[in-house]
Design a binder for this molecule. Structure first.
Ligand SMILES: C[C@@H](N)C(=O)N[C@H](C)C(=O)O
Ligand SMILES: [Zn+2]
Length: 234
């Protein structure tokens, strides 16, 4: 169990609502829909109402600094079934990249690979006390684009299973613009109240267990709880 999963959830009941996609840039086609992830009647382009308001405010802050840059949405709401699908998909990718035979893996090999997968993916827990962050509608994966829709180079791709995903990977490489770009993204998201995943430059949250845990880490005199638990899109 990750430490953030011990945070108490006091669900506030705020609705999951569609993201006004016309206000943002959007990765298209959606990266997990493209892989056949089981969304059923749901869509990744939903978030809690206040999380969307905060995202709009983060983009306004971005445009104070870079008038024609925009936030590009990569992924937002993710049902637990999709979380499971992506964990399984990433597991299969690691097996393939290591040229292993999926049918003859030992238990030890499976354990090592699943731990690698869980370095960047949350466990697809069905327990309402430990929901995957994106299943709460309070987590979002994103990056930035310029006026022409070109990606601002962050030095690695979203979802890359490598040390380059760490937000500070490029901190000691000032000759490259990547750390500065990651800091712009971080600063505008923080200005709207989001927190960033400690191991992923692209994952931000507001009001879920990870966010509450990060708030408590920043200020040990407070005891913040999560206001968003797992939610099903209706
Ligand atoms: C891997 C990335 N897309 C992501 O969202 N990671 C977090 C930790 C998650 O799975 O909730
Ligand atoms: Zn994420």
């Amino acid at each position: 169990m990750k430490p953030y999963q011990k945070i108490q959830i006091l669900e506030c009941g705020e609705p999951l609502v569609p993201i006004p996609l016309e206000q943002f840039a959007v990765e298209s086609p959606h990266p997990y829909e493209k892989l056949g992830a089981p969304y059923g009647d749901t869509s990744p382009y939903y978030l809690r109402e206040s999380v969307i308001a905060a995202l709009i405010s983060a983009q306004a802050e971005l445009q104070q600094r870079h008038a024609d840059w925009r936030i590009q949405i990569f992924d937002a709401y993710r049902p637990v079934a999709v979380q499971q699908f992506m964990v399984d998909h990433t597991f299969a990718e690691v097996v393939q990249s290591q040229k292993l035979d999926p049918d003859t893996l030992s238990d030890d090999q499976r354990d090592v690979i699943i731990q690698q997968v869980y370095q960047i993916w949350a466990v697809p827990s069905p327990n309402p006390k430990t929901p995957p962050p994106h299943s709460t509608g309070a987590a979002i994966d994103l990056t930035l684009v310029d006026a022409t829709g070109q990606l601002i180079d962050m030095g690695s791709a979203i979802d890359e299973l490598s040390p380059r995903s760490h937000p500070d990977y490029y901190v000691n490489q000032p000759d490259k613009p990547y750390h500065e770009h990651r800091q712009v993204l971080r600063d505008v998201m923080y200005s709207a109240g989001f927190c960033r995943h400690p191991g992923e430059w692209w994952h931000f949250c507001l009001g879920d267990q990870m966010w509450a845990w990060l708030c408590n880490q920043d200020n040990p005199t407070v005891s913040v709880t999560a206001r968003y638990g797992r939610v099903a899109h209706k």
